[in-house]
Design a protein around this ligand. Structure first.
Ligand code: NAD
Length: 261
């Protein structure tokens, strides 16, 4: 029997074939889940629809998570289509590019609000809207980054947003625990996706990561999807409120290895 046989999973955050959410959708589909996909807006429809079709997914819906009416509307559509669901994956983040370079103290009030709204509140808003639709034994999952606990130059307001997202994961895990629903996060190492390209000097960070991580390998979206599969399957039945690092071990390092010469 496949790991997600008989489970229904709704995945938010597919922008293109490089998105972490897309690797998750493929992994979940391969593991036997019935998958639904959500994307941010009309412009992405052209890219997302053929991807969804390639895995036989017939629930492909737009949802701008900055709008309560969009969140409520997709919950309503999911109820009609799936009845109840077992898994919700939140793979969404956004900050204005101007906030992701230069000193953090330059963060504007509007930029701070925007990053927190789309990258953090949306997880809470989706959890609330889908709470009546979640089956017992289900899972909610979000995607975070180590910039939440340590300084990653240029990551700036997104680091603060990820700290709040990880705290939200713990509070949601407490709430949903009563219903035997688990809430976890995957903390991925840097991957070349659309969102990552918005971070100033991402390429330097990407190279430094490979040099410093104990495994000396960059992370792929498939690596993250495999961890997501574990956290959303019964294999992790007693794990909740956790942040699971998929980062080739980078986060355990305090000092980089001596370089020859
Ligand atoms: P991505 O650009 O493919 O995905 C980000 C998604 O957020 C996109 O699908 C985008 O459309 C969506 N989004 C933005 N604003 C939205 C809105 N208002 N409503 C609905 N959706 C909206 O990039 P990704 O790297 O796959 O990012 C997915 C998640 O993984 C993000 O939370 C990101 O912070 C996190 N993450 C990424 C990395 C990395 O290096 N790529 C590392 C750790 C964590």
């Amino acid at each position: 029997m496949k790991l997600l046989e008989g489970k229904k999973a709704l995945i938010f955050g597919v922008a293109n074939n490089r998105s972490i959410a897309w690797a998750v959708a493929q992994a979940f589909s391969n593991a036997g889940a019935e998958v639904g996909i959500s994307y941010a807006g009309e412009i992405l429809k052209r890219r997302v629809e053929p991807l969804a079709e390639s895995i036989g997914c017939d629930f492909v819906e737009e949802c701008d998570v900055s709008k309560d009416e969009d969140i409520n509307a997709i919950a309503e559509k999911a109820k009609e289509h799936f009845g109840k669901i077992d898994i919700l994956v939140h793979s969404i983040g956004f900050a204005d590019r101007n906030e992701l370079r230069g000193p953090f103290y330059n963060t504007s009030r509007a930029g701070f609000h925007l990053a927190m709204d789309i990258s953090v509140y949306s997880f809470v808003g989706l959890a609330r809207a889908f709470q009546p639709l979640m089956n017992e034994g289900g899972s909610l999952l979000t995607m975070t980054y180590h910039g939440s606990t340590k300084v990653a130059p240029n990551y700036n307001v997104m680091g603060i947003a990820k700290a709040a997202l990880e705290a939200s994961t713990r509070y949601l895990a407490f709430d949903f625990g009563k219903e035997k629903i688990r809430v976890n996060a995957v903390s991925a190492g840097p991957i070349r996706t659309l969102a990552a390209m918005g971070v100033g000097d991402f390429k330097t960070m990407y190279k430094a990561f490979e040099a410093m991580a104990p495994l000396h390998e960059n992370v792929t979206t498939e690596d993250v999807a495999n961890a997501a599969l574990f956290l959303c399957s019964d294999m992790s039945a007693r794990t909740t409120g956790e942040v699971l690092y998929v980062d080739s071990g980078y986060n355990i390092m305090g000092v980089p290895e001596a370089i020859d010469g």
